[in-house]
Unconditional design. Structure first.
Length: 139
């Protein structure tokens, strides 16, 4: 099988339709890339849903932090993943238990086995190795 990029048009269509973006691995440190990207998306009008089991009971960017995608009680349009490639299998398992529609691994993060698993489970909106901020800026 193997991962196949969705292409620019489809990626931008996904961003135009999305309202809620769960950011997996979102840091509360303003100097971290995940925080910077989430803040830009929030300022652009998206609802950010922080997912970070190390920050339970806190807020990041004014939003309640969830321990997992599965625990989020809001419709997730995009699960934007800021975790290393070797952590993607665990994130994908959590994704499959959630209501998330799109699995998005940030620039430099890719795992073809995870993409294959998601395709087999019926998810065709899998984006890997792309920065959501760069794609948003291209809209």
């Amino acid at each position: 099988m193997g991962y196949e990029d969705l292409g620019d048009v489809k990626v931008r269509e996904i961003l135009k339709e999305a309202k809620n973006i769960a950011v997996v691995g979102l840091s509360d440190n303003p100097e971290k890339t995940s925080y910077e990207v989430a803040k830009i998306l929030q300022d652009a009008g998206y609802r950010i849903i922080p997912v970070n089991p190390l920050k339970i009971g806190k807020e990041i960017l004014g939003e309640k932090v969830y321990p997992s995608l599965e625990s989020v009680d809001i419709q997730i349009d995009i699960a934007d993943v800021f975790r290393p490639s070797d952590a993607l299998p665990g994130v994908a398992e959590d994704f499959l238990k959630s209501n998330a529609k799109v699995f998005w691994a940030q620039l430099g993060i890719r795992n073809d086995d995870v993409a294959d698993l998601l395709y087999v489970k019926g998810y065709d909106q899998v984006i890997m190795d792309r920065c959501i901020k760069i794609e948003y800026n291209a809209l």
